[in-house]
Design a protein around this ligand. Structure first.
Ligand code: NAD
Length: 338
């Protein structure tokens, strides 16, 4: 059995209790994980003078894989968010956001199975902006050949690895003919190198309408940064919202897995928060580590517990706490792996 070393960042607010829940659930898969615990977030500002101390980055550089709880962004402290800091320090250029229907989670659709692949470093998020005189401000939308090519190749490699059938590039190249035009042109070139996977493109506004009307027609959505940000939340909304939305930030060598939601300070320490999103992030992590059977068992455990609806948290219509729900998932997983 392969042993995996994984950096663990519990985070702030509900982070530590969700991390404990995730560890309980994944232990039942019997995958051999050695957790390397490190501290980050608002809670360590006094100790280290920064929410993202060097040992966190050093640990991820060494283990190559991290599971991260949500961290509170200190407001007005002058420090950039831990998430942005990690993304930049480790060049995590691909953001992965699956949205899958789970029976028992209240939502408008039953058969959604989408993955948003979002470019994580360029576009209007490159942070290039300035005042143009006193009464106007300018932000630069930066799209490069290199950035577009590596995210397009990532999407096709991911689709092949995960057995996905189709990639839809999302853009506004009819208006932004140069920037989005370059992104689309490169997506088409990369698609030509990958004849086994169907390729199409959609203008972003039409994409949003179609996702609301017939989400079952789509599979992997390949987006530049800004559209990916918006479309991935739309997709989370299609399957029940942030409580069940997992995510990953992936680079050439390293990957950080985390739930999409924040640290929900009002629920911290109350054993109330829903562990589903972080546990589904562990499912993504296990797939990334090549532990396909364990990933399947963990996902199935989550599906069964939510489907039964008895030992689930308040947001899923139940009265269980975080710990009890994770134990219920662990029991199902233990049955599945035998
Ligand atoms: P939030 O996601 O923490 O909370 C939004 C709402 O969802 C709240 O009502 C909250 O109680 C609820 N919620 C969130 N997660 C839940 C869960 N697992 N179970 C049940 N309910 C849940 O967003 P916010 O209030 O805007 O942010 C709080 C803090 O988290 C801020 O400091 C923000 O910067 C930070 N944040 C961190 C991350 C991250 O680390 N990835 C992401 C988003 C926000």
């Amino acid at each position: 059995m392969t042993k995996h070393r994984v950096t663990c960042i519990p985070g702030d607010g509900i982070g530590p209790e969700l991390m404990a829940a995730a560890k309980t659930a994944v232990a039942a898969t019997k995958v051999d994980i050695e957790w390397v615990d490190v501290e980050a977030g608002a809670g360590v500002m006094d100790k280290y003078g920064t929410p993202l101390p060097d040992p966190v980055i050093d640990s991820i550089r060494e283990t190559k894989v991290a599971l991260k709880g949500p961290v509170t962004t200190p407001v007005g402290s002058g420090f950039r968010s831990v998430n942005v800091g990690l993304r930049k320090a480790l060049d995590l250029y691909a953001n992965l956001r699956p949205a899958v229907s789970i029976p028992g989670v209240r939502s408008r659709y039953e058969n959604v199975d989408l993955v948003v692949v979002r470019e994580n470093t360029e576009d209007l998020y490159a942070g290039i902006e300035h005042m143009a005189g006193e009464d106007a401000a300018e932000s630069i939308k930066l799209i490069t050949r290199k950035g577009s090519e590596r995210i397009a190749r990532f999407a096709f490699d991911y689709a092949r690895r995960e057995g996905r059938r189709k990639i839809t590039a999302v853009h506004k190249a009819n208006i932004m003919k140069l920037s989005d035009g370059l992104f689309l042109e490169i997506c088409r070139q990369v698609a030509a190198d990958n004849p086994g996977i169907e390729f199409e493109d959609r203008i972003v506004d039409n994409m949003c309408m179609q996702l609301v009307q017939k989400p079952e027609l789509y599979d992997v959505l390949l987006c530049p940064n800004l559209y990916g940000d918006i479309v991935s939340d739309l997709c989370a909304g299609l399957v029940g919202g942030l409580g069940v939305a997992p995510g990953a930030n992936i680079g050439t060598e390293m990957a950080v897995f985390e739930a999409v939601h924040g640290s929900a300070p009002k629920y911290a320490g109350l054993d109330k928060a829903d562990p589903t999103a972080l546990i589904l992030s562990v499912v993504l992590m296990l797939r990334h580590l090549g532990e396909w059977e364990a990933a399947h068992a963990l996902f199935e455990g989550v599906r069964r517990v939510i489907g039964a609806g008895r030992r689930v948290t308040y947001d899923l219509g139940g009265t269980s706490g975080t710990k009890d729900m994770s134990e219920a998932i662990a029991e199902e997983v233990a049955h599945l792996v035998g």
